[in-house]
Design a protein around this ligand. Structure first.
Ligand SMILES: NC(=O)c1ccc[n+]([C@@H]2O[C@H](COP(=O)([O-])OP(=O)(O)OC[C@H]3O[C@@H](n4cnc5c(N)ncnc54)[C@H](O)[C@@H]3O)[C@@H](O)[C@H]2O)c1
Length: 401
């Protein structure tokens, strides 16, 4: 098996950058490549452009084995960590794989015999095989002269560095040498988690199944919240009591489902089997309808143009990431319905977020009415103060007060 000394990570965003850092800290020589020249310039100036606990310190400590460039460099192994967003131009959403395919084309220019290419980006089943074809076409190598595997990423923002080292890893390989090469890398990075080897399509499907399971489970919780409101009972108590059953684990209801994984990835399976995924379709619809349902409930107690401050705008608690956030969709909906909307997002240091004035919590509590969209730490620490003003609490932050 070829020895791996140098690794080139293509795409150094939320996943690729922490990956570069843990690889360098594990002793590999690492080159991070990204088409975004601003990111490369910032990294070459020694500044980590994302907010992730511990990342800047570990980046500083890994300096001597880390470098950043626009184009991929020759290496023993490559990681593809580019985004895989949704293409919403058709009748139904599907994966937009352009970034993955252009990353593969860029790698093919420097690919050499015996190299390993790891696709980490979340991708529909069959994508790793398409990546292998692009690599062969662009490099002129035979398909059996290099190795491709899919190793899906399952880390959670806020705990990236810990989870990159402690989560179990799936290696979806197309051949035994590729599997062994990938395992030799993860064995050096992992301090706790173990490596599970399977084929590429199974690994691709397993990663999507993880996200789709959570989407379906949250949709069930959100549907329960509608039922409990009708019954005049507390949905959070219902979930808590149901979860006392040893084989039940209902997730928590909220303002909807956000982020770039859970609401996006189920479509990567739906797109392959039109008409055969009614459960995943229904879950998407239930979760997407939740901001509107909450806005309807608020409409029953408060008429526009009243001022409403939305507490929390990120896609989940205690992160600074606003991408695909259900709280943002909710605030925009209130605005569309004629309310005077402000927001309070302590994790994003901007005066305005999507055109909404970003208030401090003290200012927010003077606005007249607040909606708790996320249970951020600052809100958890100020529950009594929030409960003392007129509010709507779809996330159960103020329960028991
Ligand atoms: N962020 C998460 O929490 C998370 C968790 C699990 C899995 N994932 C998956 O990991 C993948 C990466 O997600 P992310 O959040 O890091 O995305 P991101 O948008 O933060 O980073 C992607 C980076 O790739 C760069 N890029 C795009 N095309 C390129 C190309 N051809 N060559 C070089 N660079 C290119 C972009 O400029 C960007 O900096 C996605 O498939 C995502 O679904 C993300």
């Amino acid at each position: 098996m070829p020895e791996i000394r140098k690794i080139c990570v293509v795409g150094v965003g939320y996943i690729g950058l922490p990956t570069c850092v843990v690889l360098a800290r594990a002793g590999f020589e690492v080159c991070g490549a990204d088409i975004n020249e601003r990111i490369i310039a910032s990294l070459n100036d020694g500044i980590v452009p994302i907010d992730e606990p511990g990342l800047q310190a570990e980046f500083d400590a890994a300096q001597e084995r880390l470098r950043f460039t626009k184009d991929p460099e020759a290496a023993d192994a490559f990681y593809i960590c580019v985004s895989t967003p949704l293409d919403t131009s058709g009748a139904e959403p599907k994966a937009k794989l352009d970034y993955v395919f252009s990353a593969a084309a860029a790698i093919s220019k420097v690919l050499q015999k015996g190299n390993l290419v790891i696709l980490e980006s979340t991708s529909p089943p069959g994508t790793t095989r398409r990546v292998a074809e692009i690599l062969a076409e662009g490099s002129g190598l035979q398909r059996d002269e290099f190795h491709t595997v899919h190793c899906p990423e399952r880390v959670i923002p806020g705990r990236m560095l810990t989870e990159l080292r402690e989560n179990d890893r799936l290696i979806g390989a197309q051949d035994e040498i590729g599997a062994e090469m990938a395992k030799s890398i993860y064995d050096r990075v992992l301090t706790k988690g173990s490596v599970k080897i399977t084929d590429d399509v199974t690994a691709e499907t397993a990663k999507i199944a993880e996200n789709a399971f959570r989407d379906v489970n949250i949709a069930f919780a959100n549907e329960l919240s509608v039922i409990c409101q009708g019954l005049g009972i507390d949905v959070f108590q219902v979930v808590e009591l149901a979860n006392c059953h040893p084989r039940v684990n209902i997730h928590s209801p909220g303002v909807g489902v956000g982020g770039h994984c859970i609401p996006v990835v189920p479509w990567f399976l739906c797109q392959l089997f039109p008409g055969q995924t009614p459960l995943m379709h229904a879950s998407r619809a239930v979760n997407d309808a939740k901001p509107g349902w909450i806005a309807d409930r608020i409409g029953e107690i408060l008429a526009p143009p009243a001022e409403i401050c939305v507490l929390g705008m990120t896609y989940k608690p205690d992160v600074d990431d606003l991408r695909d956030s259900a709280a943002v969709a909710f605030a925009q909906l209130l605005d569309k319905r004629g309310y005077h909307v402000t927001v309070c997002e302590p994790n994003v240091k901007q005066e305005e977020i999507f055109g909404f004035r970003n208030l401090s919590l003290d200012e927010a509590l003077k606005t007249g009415f607040v909606v708790v969209a996320l249970a951020h730490r600052e809100f958890r620490e100020n529950r009594a103060r929030i409960a003392a003003v007129p509010h709507y609490d779809p996330v159960g932050l103020l329960r028991g007060l």
